[in-house]
Design a binder for this molecule. Structure first.
Ligand code: TRP
Length: 343
């Protein structure tokens, strides 16, 4: 006999979000957006623009709404379908903030003190960080649990935040004597393109904060820029090997083969079978052609959507209405469980 509380037994649901705080790149595309578009065919899917998380560091108020529209345009250009997935801005659904407050009172300081992303982002001057940056993972838990989401596609770097989300869910269920009320959501971190590295350094993640634009391919790069960045990508002089073990010892080569595989939707083994024994003089032009053929249309569609911001706004408003409706009963239950006054 165990004394485990009963597990959550509600429906499965996917939820994830991207912050509107900088240009999207190939790593975001392969690691997040393509995954979201695939999952919408498998489960009820909620994808939002994390504008409340974005303001944990300064954002220009004159630009923030357009940055939000740009992420929405990238979602749509990557194949998210507003008829299938619920697409909305986080700040348009007040349930996130309301639930985050309750969760601020559930989570323990000791839990947040362990969060490595805060330590990295706050750097040497923790006392000058916003309080929001510190409680950022608590808001993330609220994003997820307001919809009782069960599956959360995120990068490896977010696993710790998902653990915190589970800890908060379990403590809430326990403290308010509501076994199985919140699910303990699982991160979905696997898949092709899960780890796209910098084109200049195979040991660092491709990142919007890398000072070198040559380290990343932006979703808005044109064909020339994409080709040039791949041509200049760091490599070694050896031809490509015929097995994954040999490839793994060469991080830059491994990264480019991984990108090729993810963009052409084949395994790395299959990509190697095609290029084993060939040098980068052959492989890079093939990769550049592939990248241009996949990303070119994505960038073009993004620009198309952005040319009609009123349509994006209609989609976001509709998504927000659906999101509010979905979160409302959960929030009402939370208010009652906590014992807040209700008329
Ligand atoms: N913290 C996530 C990131 O930087 C973004 C995010 C915010 C998120 N809320 C979320 C992701 C909820 C998944 C679920 O990538």
């Amino acid at each position: 006999m165990t004394d485990q509380p009963p597990a959550y037994s509600g429906p499965t649901r996917v939820l994830s979000g991207v912050q509107p705080s900088g240009a999207l790149h190939l790593g975001n595309y392969l690691g997040a957006l393509v995954k979201f578009a695939r999952l919408q065919h498998e489960m009820d899917t909620f994808i939002f623009v994390a504008d409340m998380h974005a303001i944990t560091v300064w954002q220009d108020p004159a630009k923030l709404a357009d940055q939000t529209r740009e992420i929405a345009a990238a979602y749509l250009a990557s194949g998210l379908d507003p008829a299938k997935a619920t697409i909305f801005p986080q700040s348009a659904v007040t349930a996130h903030a309301e639930l985050a407050w309750v969760f601020n009172c559930v989570a323990r300081l000791g839990w947040l003190d362990r969060m490595t992303q805060f330590k990295e982002k706050s750097g040497k001057h923790k006392e000058r960080s916003s309080v929001g940056l510190y409680t950022y993972p608590v808001l993330q838990a609220a994003d997820i649990l307001a919809y009782k989401a069960t599956h959360v596609p995120v990068g490896e770097d977010q696993k710790q935040h998902l653990e915190l989300t589970r800890d908060i869910a379990a403590k809430f269920n326990h403290d308010f004597e509501a076994p199985g009320f919140f699910p303990l959501p699982e991160p979905l971190t696997q898949g092709p393109g899960a780890r796209v590295m910098s084109l200049r350094d195979g040991s660092a993640k491709m990142s919007k904060s890398d000072p070198s634009d040559y380290s990343r391919i932006n979703l808005t790069d044109d064909a020339d820029a994409i080709s040039q960045k791949i041509r200049k990508a760091k490599t070694d002089p050896e031809p490509l090997p015929d097995n994954l073990e040999a490839l793994a010892a060469r991080p830059e080569a491994d990264n480019l083969v991984g990108i090729y595989a993810a963009l052409s939707n084949v395994t790395k083994e299959a990509a190697l079978a095609e290029f084993a024994g060939k040098g980068f003089g052959t492989f890079k032009p093939a990769l550049a052609d592939l990248a241009v053929s996949v990303l070119g249309p994505v960038g073009e569609q993004m620009r198309g959507f952005l040319a009609d911001p009123a349509e994006i706004d209609r989609i976001l408003a509709k998504g927000a209405a659906k999101a509010r409706e979905t979160a409302a009963p959960t929030l009402e239950d939370v208010m009652k469980l906590v014992g807040f006054w209700r008329a």
